[in-house]
Design a protein around this ligand. Sequence first.
Ligand code: ADP
Ligand code: MG
Length: 405
Amino acid sequence: MTIDSQSSNRTDEPAHPSKRNADLVAAFTEHFGTRPDFISVGPGRVNLIGEHTDYNDGFVLPVALKRDVRLAVRRREDNTVNLLSVEYGGAFTFDLNDFHSSHENLWANYVMGVAWALQERGIALTGMDAAISGNVPRASGLSSSAALEISSALAFLKNADALDALPGAQIAKTAQRAENAFVGVNSGIMDQFISMLGSEDHVLLIDCRSLDYQLIPFPAGASLVIGNTKASRSLASSAYNERRAQCEEGVRLLQSALPGITALRDVSVEDLESHRALLPDLIYRRCKHVVHENQRVLDTVAALEAGDLDEVGRLMSASHDSLRDDYEVSSPALDVMVEAMRETPGCLGARLTGAGFGGCTVALVRTGDEQGVANAVYEKYPKATNIWPEVYLSRAAGGARIEEV
Ligand code: ADP
Ligand code: MG
């Protein structure tokens, strides 16, 4: 594929939701020989700011995307669940009384895990036939896994007439349990929370310690441009474990002066500077990122409430610089893309989003200037990296829901 950046005005926009529903119903009908009863939807997400704060009991500020995973569902009167994956082109069957995770169909484990976790909470489920299709880019840091879990959770609950059995936050926690205990991925609560509880034109402030949350209006005048670096995240998991250990080490060392703290969440910017001498330089820089990042999330909330988009952008860029220089989880590809965004008129700020070492970037861009920022990424990023990126435009979209067919 080649792109003439001078003449093209494009982004990698998804098909219209009504077309996607029609395609999904057609796939369902072809495979199962009947029409579905309903469609459940779980969106992906992008984190505006608050990176590597979740496991430090801190704050995150994600928005739901207009990209999502959908299940077309028809109720069965037995305990059998028949799944069809449109993207993987595979089918998988399991029994609600007998769970075995699959080594061949890893995607099915997310759905099975959610059924297992809901039943563990005492919710009686019913069998179903379901076709699954999504357009959240997979393994790119926009949380296609949570989108699949949350759309699956809503599918099972609606199918069992139990949509009211759990509040949204508990559905999110149940989906997280599925990912942690059944799929075996040790992820935090942010992804499931925002997929479940996101709201159009709002960001969601989540306190990762108390799980208190608050929707905050996203002011008019700007939207999000998301760049997918398509770069490998191979370093991410070992670095992630190392950073977690370094944060724990920082807490342990600071406890000699601050005995009340149990996580970096409890350390203020002033505390950290007062007791800097207790920390080796590397540990200090790791702690500095987390302590300041938590403060940046709270400052971003204040700036959003004041409608100060310039300040939001400035905080996002400061977050990237801190992730690059102090936390050291950026990469040349992420830095090139962030620079391409920031250099373009109308870009108020840009940063890597997700764990780092690949995945996506997110920019806050004045309304009307989105295409210019997308074009800058298409033009500059491949020249520097030899990799074709994708660019997605999004405002803050709505959370999980059931749609009629
Ligand atoms: P991320 O959540 O960052 O996108 P993960 O590795 O956590 O990446 O989750 C990706 C996995 O989620 C995929 O490998 C697949 O198993 C599952 N998944 C995501 N989207 C779909 C889909 N549309 N259909 C089936 N499985 C999906
Ligand atoms: Mg995931």
